[in-house]
Design a protein around this ligand. Sequence first.
Ligand code: HEC
Ligand code: HEC
Length: 480
Amino acid sequence: MLAACSGGGDSSPATTTTPAASTNSAPVIALANNDQAGQVGYDFSYDAAQNGGTFSDPDGDALTYSVSFSSPNGLADANGAISGISDAAGDITATITATDPGGLSVSDSFTIAVSVDQNAIAATFGASIDLENLENYANQAIPAYINKLNEGGNPISDAGATLGRVLFYDTSLSIDGTVSCASCHSQTLGFSDSGIVSTGVAGGQTGRHSMRLINTMFADETDFFWDERAPSHEAQESLPIQDHNEMGFSGQNGRPDLAVLITQMEATEYYEELFRFAFLDPAITEAKIQLALAQFTKSIHSFDSKYDTGRAQVNGNNANFPNFSAAENAGKDLFMQAPNNGGAGCNACHRAPEFDIAPNSGQNGVFAVAGSTTTFDLTNTRAPTLRDILGPGGAPNGPFMHDGSLATLRAVIDHYNSITEPVSEPPLAAFRASLDNRLNPGGNPQRLNLTETEKQQLEAFLATLTGSNVYTDPKWSDPF
Ligand code: HEC
Ligand code: HEC
């Protein structure tokens, strides 16, 4: 616990003459510090000099103090007085050194044991959340060939994503306590929904099909939703809570607004503990809700597909993958190659190896409003990654496209094989004006003329894009 040092002087007395300073004596410890305790997110304040009582100086010299930490974890020293907000759990060794004007010094070390206040979390979530032993969200392994990254200035932390997980699964974030994000974004369906549209509070329905939330961070397109109306992941994340039909805190038609929800959350003990832990401050704001939810959804990674196993063994997508069947390799070639090169042209917009949407994509010829034959929607230029369009059992993770109009992969391939124009005005002219040029060669909707075998090959390749861990990993599961 205590270590005296000579202030850097020579320590072989036999060969040195006694310096004048030898009349000076080093300070000594008078009252060693006891070990201290702190909690993450709370103010810590302790005077390690104990108001001058920790050390005494035989010569009566005035002493100066400094404290060093094995790891400061949010704490700082001012002449022996330690203060700050602890930002990590664990033991810190603090060493206070007293120095006299002659440079002689003595030190006293003690431990600051920092724990986490998580009583309400333990009571609510049991073993599924332990803030002193977090799941790994921030440092997941990402294949070397994945280069696109959209962090949105909000890098994932394990604490932030843990809070985001609770928010994602909490039905108390809806006005009647029945709907959470997971109601429409189910882990077993690649965080999508089996319905053509989804049902929110009080029977409210969404206008579009739910989107899979897989690998959203590995993309060039930074706008979110099918029509790209949300300018960032973060901006998107609190909209469903405030959507009248989704979670209902809209402030419209007599419904409460987000401020009411935040007041309710501030009275919820597990949120007091979680926000304090993640943000070192228990105050709840919309911005913090967005950051935490975005960290959680961005942490949903899927990189253990058959495609990944093959891609890791070769230099690029054009090489034959050793682990693929002949049909899968042929389907891969069809996906990658342009139509004027014998391919189906998919990669121009759904770009391997992330299979994210090309930022310059126009609409792809699916023009209806979900469930309608009389209203049209030509604004959809974004798709989720084409990874995990099928689940591990081979069935689609819900119907495809913004209107959920295509139930099978074959229906998707048939759509691109022969794009059907609307039969009349509206929306024929607007359709022609907005259909992506790549699907409108020579001003005519695309005809790929794929054979039955080629369609099967394309289906076989698309099935290789499905992972397995993302459907079962407890860190993305319901903690309640
Ligand atoms: C009632 C169903 C429903 C609920 C509840 C819901 N969503 Fe969604 N989500 C959807 C639908 C439908 C879309 C596509 C909407 C559109 O494009 O207009 C979507 C889109 C998204 C997207 C955009 C994905 C992309 O790639 O552009 C994200 C992210 C998302 N939701 C996250 C959340 C979060 C976080 C919550 C909870 C706060 C949530 N959702 C609650 C149905 C829902
Ligand atoms: C010109 C760009 C473009 C090309 C080329 C293209 N797509 Fe798309 N794709 C889109 C857009 C945009 C959407 C979302 C449109 C919508 O929902 O209305 C989409 C949606 C999809 C979806 C639905 C995704 C989901 O989550 O529901 C699948 C599957 C798909 N495309 C597969 C393919 C295949 C296979 C090919 C090649 C035969 C292909 N696409 C070619 C732009 C393109």
